[in-house]
Ligand binder design. Structure first.
Ligand code: NAP
Ligand code: G4F
Length: 384
């Protein structure tokens, strides 16, 4: 049996880590592209990398940036991949308002550079291409739920850059017959989600509050609704798209949308803390309305004596509002379910529980490693 070779850009990110594990399980040889950074940035994938120098490893990585055309072409030529999964991106919507040009360069032109590599190197009949497109492209659409035929109306520099990447992928498919597919993925999360996305920010802050290491979680728009799935389910859909005879574009979503406020209520509930909300607008706050001591103690290993009913734990900080917001996203993944046979396995509640337990365990470890120094715990409100 011939072993397939895959190239993953963004292998150090959330999806890169889950996809790498998935492809290695399937017997692939995988090359991951990672950026040079002054600190280790491979925490999500270290367990998959062989530490033995003389061992023929199924997973190798090379340094590359999506803005570095010559290096991308050289690497695609060296690796001659059967499949490319283009996951690398400046993926934070709020940050894209601060770094619009860089976002366009890496997310939009970066995709073009990879497609050009396939074309210039004459790999169109060998290399299949997956583009990490995003539900952010739907933006302000009034149509709900969104499917493959819903018109796009992006609302951020990130969404606009992703829209270019989407269309250039379609164009290279039609113009040069490259097997290139777009996965239009709705939000997907996990215990290794970046700490500044709202779900992980909530579960991480909850862990801090439960362990008496943090007092308040500052959030932006509590009314935004998102269709949240689990990254482990979503990387399977990426692979399925590249196994089809014909390339195509697919929406990947759960079909269920939930407000940020509701996500926070569900997360705190896992730790036995009931949350309620009072006040309006920027004065709205989340407070503890009840505590189930048994659930709390069995999860954290400590008593909840430091928490009081009535105590405010969530406040609004307008800093987290976006110049243009997307109020509601919910996807219709009928096409993927029918053509790919894909469906999500995780429920939202299962995913939230996994994230909360993971963050409580992680924070306990971090706390003890830091010998209890309060200031050494990174405060989530200090970052986006
Ligand atoms: P993520 O955790 O932010 O990972 C992004 C990856 O891209 C990281 O490995 C990052 O490297 C790398 N990267 C960023 N800029 C780069 C550059 N200029 N050159 C090379 N590498 C670069 O994102 P994710 O959640 O895994 O998402 C994966 C992809 O799917 C992204 O393209 C994202 O836009 C898209 N997407 C995500 C979702 C979602 O809900 N998660 C939904 C739809 C689409 P470092 O580790 O060094 O930062
Ligand atoms: O978690 P978020 O930052 O994710 P967002 O903006 O939906 O983008 C994510 O999903 C996209 C798919 O649709 C991906 F393409 C993209 O790469 C990324 O993975 O914010 C979700 C919602 C927003 O409406 C935001 O305004 O939560 C709201 N929110 C409220 N308070 C907050 C906060 N978001 C963040 N990051 N931080 C807050 O304090």
């Amino acid at each position: 049996m011939t072993v397939k070779t895959a190239l993953i850009t963004g292998v150090t990110g959330q999806d890169g880590a889950y996809l790498l594990e998935f492809l290695l399980d399937k017997g692939y040889r995988v090359f991951g592209l990672k950026r040079r950074s002054s600190l280790f940035n491979t925490g999500r994938i270290d367990h998959l990398f062989s530490m033995e120098r003389d061992e023929e490893s199924a997973f190798n990585y090379a340094y590359c940036d999506m803005t570095d055309t010559s290096n991308l072409i050289r690497l695609v030529n060296d690796i001659q991949p059967d499949e490319i999964y283009n996951l690398a991106a400046m993926s934070h919507v709020r940050v894209s308002f601060d770094m619009p040009e860089y976002t366009a360069n890496s997310d939009a032109l970066g995709t073009l550079r990879l497609l050009e590599a396939i074309r210039i190197l004459g790999l169109k009949d060998k290399t299949r291409f997956y583009q990490a497109s995003s539900s952010e492209m739907y933006g302000n659409t009034i149509i709900s739920p969104q499917n493959e035929r819903t018109p796009f109306y992006p609302r951020s520099p990130y969404g606009v850059a992703k829209l270019y990447a989407y269309w250039i992928t379609v164009n290279y498919r039609e113009a040069y017959s490259i097997h290139a597919s777009n996965g239009i993925l709705f939000n997907h999360e996990s215990p290794v989600r970046g700490e500044t996305f709202v779900t992980r920010k909530i579960t991480r802050a909850l862990a801090g509050i439960a362990l008496n290491l943090q007092h308040t979680l500052y959030l932006g728009n509590l009314d935004a609704s998102r269709d949240w799935g689990h990254a482990r389910d979503y990387v399977k859909a990426m692979w399925l798209m590249l196994q089809q005879d014909q390339p195509d574009d697919y929406v990947i979503a759960t079909g269920i949308t939930t407000k940020v406020r509701e996500f926070a209520i569900k997360a705190f509930k896992v730790a036995g803390i009931s949350l309620d909300f009072r006040g309006k607008g920027i004065n709205e706050e989340g407070y503890i309305s009840a505590i189930d001591k048994d659930i709390f103690s069995s999860l954290t290993g400590i008593s909840p004596d430091h928490l009081k009913v009535g105590q405010t734990v969530i406040k609004i900080d307008p800093f987290y509002f976006r110049p243009t917001e997307i109020d509601l996203l919910v996807g219709d993944s009928t096409k993927a379910r029918e053509k790919l046979g894909w469906k999500p396995e995780y429920s939202l509640d299962e995913m939230i529980k996994e994230m909360v337990i993971s963050d409580i365990n992680l924070m306990k470890k971090e706390y003890y490693l830091n010998k209890g120094g309060f200031n050494t715990i990174r405060q989530v409100e200090d970052i986006f």
